[in-house]
Design a protein around this ligand. Structure first.
Ligand code: HMG
Length: 395
């Protein structure tokens, strides 16, 4: 057995229960469907329901994770949410998750923010906390809704989702995901993507964001190598996938750094190391902080339980910007059913997607409180706002 270490013992996911087919969006926007399919690599995008927000997605993932683990839930002493879809400037998403998931009072709860890097930052913090509190558990949730202006270049890359992770000391060597303590990082202030407090969707400089992402990968990988030294290549490479074409660009750069340059070799390497998880991102779209962990869940599902675990390299990127590169072991116990959730979704038309989006935004205003709304499908529902205060229901 490997030496006991702080790790993600188990994880669970939540995705919206509706989706839009990208060829339908291309037709409505007058775009070539091949641009979305081959250029960006996007096939479908998750469409949040009215009553779904970062809180309900995060709480829903946490409830799913802890439902069959009451003893583990009782040991949780830290609840951290990595998100850029916060619902209040003061009150964290984490305190709603704490209530809706029924966590103990002896617990701290707060959010961590750095765009799509927030989930990774939250996990790093929880791993360090667990090392200092080996008898307890931390709950880390990465949750986001990616929203760009209608008709903008970012629109086909939208999506949403959450991943909840139970973090603790793994004595049995059965953890779902054990990241290496050593990681490489790269931080640099860049105006590539941001979400002004007074707006409801993201602003982005597309090309600048792609360059910023690749520069951060370069910096984080160089830092990792200087700290970890020579290592055999990992079995799989997971990178933040705001759209699948970005994962292709990142893999090409990573492969070149390993000395793999010939187009046929790069393509074969991509099929072996990246394709086994990218299917999730192709069908869901960007889920910002949750994306990289949804990819991890997709890889675990595709590989199935394997004794001995697989070595994975993971690159997380948050605009603004911060990147982190690490390696880790994927354990046999990680097999969340993201594929079944994606298959169970209902398709919507472009008109329905636009109406649902407008309904979600209308719920953000004071006086929107609804008496008995349809469940969001996340496991918790945002009921609306009364007296400037948000209300939620556990479903
Ligand atoms: P765009 O400007 O509309 O697209 O937006 P484009 O013209 O650059 O085309 C995209 C690709 O499709 C190109 O391929 C074209 O050649 C190809 P590439 O040259 O890049 O390999 N193409 C076609 N292919 C086949 N048939 C056709 C066709 N036409 C064009 N007919 C952009 C693209 C990504 C900029 C846009 O979708 C966007 O702004 N997305 C949001 C920002 C983003 O995802 N940035 C990625 C890096 S930043 C990041 O990852 C952080 C983030 O997740 C936020 C956070 O941290 O919180 C975004």
């Amino acid at each position: 057995l490997p030496a006991p270490s702080a790790a993600v013992l188990a994880l669970a996911v939540r995705v919206p229960r509706r989706f839009l087919r990208l060829p339908d969006l291309a037709a409505a926007r007058g775009a070539d469907p091949d641009k979305y399919r081959s250029g960006l690599g996007c096939l479908e995008m998750g469409v949040p329901a009215p009553g779904s927000d970062a809180v309900t997605l995060a709480a829903g993932a946490a409830r799913r994770l802890l439902a069959d683990r009451p003893e583990e839930a009782a040991r949780v002493g830290l609840c951290v949410v990595g998100t850029e879809s916060g619902v209040d400037r003061a009150k964290p998403v984490a305190i709603w998750v704490h209530e809706l998931a029924g966590l103990p009072r002896a617990c701290s709860a707060f959010d961590v923010k750095h765009a799509c890097y927030g989930g990774t930052a939250a996990l790093r913090m929880a791993l360090a906390w667990v090392a200092a509190n080996p008898d307890r558990r931390a709950l880390v949730v990465a949750a986001d809704i990616a929203r760009y202006p209608i008709g903008s270049p970012g629109e086909p890359t939208q999506g949403a989702g959450a991943v909840a992770m139970l973090v603790g000391y793994d004595g049995a060597g059965e953890a779902a995901w054990t990241p290496s303590p050593v990681s490489g990082t790269c931080a640099r202030q860049v105006g590539d993507f941001w979400q002004p407090l007074y707006l409801r969707d993201a602003r982005v400089r597309g090309r600048v964001s792609i360059e910023g992402y690749l520069a951060a990968l370069d910096g984080a990988l160089a830092d990792y190598r200087s700290r970890a030294g020579d290592e055999p290549p990992p079995d799989h490479l997971i990178v933040h996938a705001p759209f699948p074409g970005m994962a292709r660009k990142a893999h090409r750069q990573w492969a070149a750094a390993q000395g793999i340059d010939a187009p046929a070799a790069v393509a074969a390497d991509f099929r072996a190391r990246v394709a086994p998880w990218l299917w999730v991102n192709e069908r869901l779209g960007n889920a910002y902080a949750a994306s990289v962990f949804l990819s991890l869940a997709g890889l675990a599902e595709r590989l199935g339980p394997r004794p001995g675990g697989r070595r994975i390299a993971m690159f997380s990127y948050g605009s603004g910007s911060c990147g982190e590169y690490c390696t880790g072991r994927l354990g046999g116990g990680a097999a969340p059913v993201v594929g079944a959730d994606l298959d169970a979704r209902a398709a919507v038309t472009v008109g329905e997607y636009e109406a649902l989006r407008a309904e979600c935004l209308a719920l953000e205003a004071d006086g929107s409180l609804r008496d008995d709304p349809e469940p969001s499908g996340d496991g918790a529902t945002f009921l609306g706002v009364r007296d400037d205060e948000r209300r939620y229901r556990r479903d």
